[in-house]
Design a protein around this ligand. Structure first.
Ligand code: ASP
Length: 342
């Protein structure tokens, strides 16, 4: 089994210099354990107020000087609330100075500049780049010219690339580690848009590094996993079961991972409306959650579309952890920056 896992672990950029983070398998199990343990240390050293206010005076002084000689460029060509904010705060925890360009309208790519030239410009002014970009193949190509690390904050969508939101997986898996204490033997249900969602295909691949994973796939009708994802699951020997109604998922699963329908990625001829008529069987609410075990947690990468994949009735249930995911994300990303820069 270990041999099989080693073969499946692509670690596309693991042995490159610089060390990029583009695929959720670019860090192996041992490295992830180190990242999570340092994330715990950072989490213990920061107050919630420091994260909320972004005032670095609240961050642990031990960590604030760790990389205070480093600079990061954070850029995005797609909307983002959590990921970009989280990158900035993560950088600040370690004392990394950030240049953030989050309005694609002010980048020269709108004047026809290539992504490659854009990244080479960032490279002149930074020690690391964290970026969200709408086109996976362009990113994979452009970073070959870089001699500083590139961290993906999402590239393309689930139909384009096999693992296109590795730092989301990092915070998801860190949340699982903190919740369950171990990452082997987990049963994870994926609900909603498995086709275009980039968080799910990345998470499946990161979790494939752990033993005895079983996936429970409950897609919105018509938005099933892509062929490359099913091939990966079958080839890796991960157990999986398919459902068309959330109430058929065993009540003892560890995780219900919800996603929104990602209309922005749908090609011409497809639109959200056509999937909404079939959404009821995969929609979550408190009454349905009550059928699950007291230990079943609910995760969602956000943004959520209230009254589509879920309503707000679960918000006060202690098993509903999206805010915890978000909070963990800052520390997991900071620990990952530290790993890449050290
Ligand atoms: N924030 C996640 C992403 O960028 C999920 C989403 O947008 O629905 O992929």
């Amino acid at each position: 089994m270990e041999g099989l896992k080693a073969n499946l672990t692509k670690q596309v950029f693991q042995n490159t210099n610089p060390r990029h983070f583009l695929d959720s398998q670019d860090f192996n199990r041992d490295e992830l354990a180190g990242i999570f343990s340092f994330a715990d240390e950072l989490r213990a050293g920061a107050t919630e107020e420091s994260i909320r206010t972004g005032r670095d005076t609240f961050f642990s002084p031990d960590h604030r000087t760790l990389h205070s000689d480093k600079r990061i460029t954070i850029a995005s060509t797609q909307p983002s609330t959590r990921t970009i904010e989280s990158f900035k705060t993560a950088a600040n925890i370690l004392g990394i100075a950030d240049n953030a360009i989050t309005d694609p309208g002010i980048m020269s790519m709108v004047k026809g500049e290539s992504l490659s030239d854009t990244l080479l410009t960032f490279q002149q002014n930074s020690d690391i780049i964290a970026m969200r970009h709408y086109d996976a193949p362009s990113v994979i190509e452009a970073i070959k010219k870089l001699n500083i690390p590139y961290v993906s904050g999402g590239h393309g969508n689930g139909t384009q690339a096999e693992s296109c939101h590795p730092t989301q997986s990092l915070l998801d898996v860190y949340t699982l580690q903190r919740t369950f204490g171990e990452l082997d033997n987990l049963d994870i249900a994926f609900l909603g848009d498995l086709k275009f969602g980039r968080t799910i295909n990345s998470l499946a691949r990161m979790m494939a590094m752990y033993d005895n994973l079983h996936l429970h796939l409950c897609p919105t009708k018509g938005l099933e996993f892509n062929e490359h994802d099913m091939e990966f699951i079958k080839a890796s020997g991960i157990g999986y079961t398919e459902y068309d109604n959330v109430l058929d998922i065993p009540h003892w699963v560890n995780v219900l991972y919800l996603t929104r329908i990602q209309e922005e990625y749908m090609p011409k001829g497809m639109n959200k409306e056509q999937y909404l008529k079939d959404i009821e069987p995969v929609r979550m609410n408190q009454a349905k959650l009550n059928r699950f075990s007291n230990d079943t947690i609910v995760l969602h990468p956000y943004p959520r579309n209230i009254d589509f994949e879920m309503d707000e009735s679960m918000d006060n249930d202690p098993r509903f952890l999206p805010n915890e995911q978000m909070y963990n994300g800052v520390f997991a990303r900071a620990a990952m920056f530290n790993e890449i820069l050290k």
